[in-house]
Design a protein around this ligand. Structure first.
Ligand code: ASP
Length: 334
């Protein structure tokens, strides 16, 4: 379960350093002339636990991005407060392109949910590009009584005080889906917060918590192997990798529709030339056939190539900050 400490775990991915980059790294390089970018390792900060869905998507793109940029990419998991600890850290990093944030829909909900948020998602970051949009699934421990979404609705309504719902912290995608579920069902559930949905999944598998919503990038294998019960996918269309799973609308919860968009960010004031190199590397990674195949197996796909731009990413972020602001009005993290 979550505690208040931000955690950091890291993994190095990718290209061996060129002699020039090794020299730069030895001299504490990076942050020099944008024309030389990158001449040092790049760190991508992931705001949730290793092994979870946001981390999985980051690892998928890190290797091809590393090859494209010719330097190593180091993934740092900095957990806590629904992703806001990691985002706050990157907002304060040097604006040189060497510290990159991977975040998801939670970037757009944080301003509404956290009244004392120490950063502004729109003013303190430069968008690099959208990565993917991932459907969520409503899943439960294998021996949870309800068998269908309709049964889940009546069971939760009748057992509101007993049922437990896992989330990855206030503002996480699992929390947002839980808000929509509770609004639609008219209930108030006991929510159990984790540092990410990798540990939440471990407790679903172990039977310590009843149910949750999570991205298909974390649930597809567990559903297809029958290790968890699955009720619905939260998109308007069914997902190819889970063809038997009905949509929330088919099961009577049309208002529970959420798709978890992910994007890369750097601190505001990062030179345009540097941002363009990162965007180009991201775009190349998303056109890599092995990334496309891996994503398809997990129920998702890269965003269309023409949408991998800072401008499109900013437009989506602005729209989402506004629309979640309305949906979440009156809800605040303590
Ligand atoms: N799926 C998580 C969420 O609910 C985050 C994660 O662990 O990647 O936002």
């Amino acid at each position: 379960m979550a505690d208040d400490r931000p955690l950091r775990t890291s993994l190095r991915i990718g290209a061996a350093l060129t002699p020039l980059a090794m020299l730069a790294a030895a001299c504490g390089g990076g942050g020099g002339d944008p024309a030389d970018f990158p001449d040092d390792n790049i760190e991508i900060v992931v705001p949730f636990s290793a092994g979870g869905p946001t981390d999985t998507v980051t690892r998928m793109i890190a290797e091809p991005m590393s090859e494209e940029l010719g330097v190593e990419i180091i993934i740092q998991n900095v957990e806590g407060a629904g992703g806001t600890v990691a985002a706050g850290q990157v907002a304060e990093a040097d604006p040189d392109g060497y510290t990159v944030l991977m975040h998801h829909i939670g970037m757009s909900t944080a301003p509404t949910l956290y009244p004392d948020l120490p950063f502004d998602p729109l003013a303190d970051f430069q968008t690099v590009g959208l990565v993917t949009e991932v459907p969520m699934t409503i899943i439960a421990r294998k021996d949870f009584q309800p068998a269908t979404l309709e049964e889940l609705i009546s069971y939760v309504e009748a057992n509101e005080d007993k049922v437990t719902y896992a989330n990855a912290g206030i503002g996480s995608a699992s929390h947002l889906c839980g808000v929509l579920l509770q609004q639609a069902m008219g209930v108030k559930l006991q929510e159990v917060p984790y540092d990410g949905t990798a540990p939440a999944m471990a407790d679903i598998l172990g039977g310590q918590v009843d149910f949750m919503c999570d991205q298909t990038t974390n649930t597809t294998a567990q559903i297809n192997e029958g290790k968890v019960k699955a009720y619905a996918v939260t998109t308007t269309e069914r997902v190819e990798s889970l063809p038997d799973l009905p949509t929330t609308a088919e099961g009577g919860l049309a208002d529970v529709e959420v798709s978890v968009w992910h994007g890369l960010y750097v601190p505001a004031d990062t030179p345009e030339e540097v941002v363009t190199k990162l965007t180009d590397a991201l775009a190349a990674a998303l056109e890599d056939q092995s990334v496309i195949d891996e994503m398809a197996k997990l129920g998702t796909a890269p965003v269309e190539p023409e949408r991998v731009t800072p401008e499109e990413h900013t437009t989506v972020l602005e729209e989402q900050v506004a629309s979640w602001g309305e949906t979440l009005e009156g809800i605040e993290a303590e």
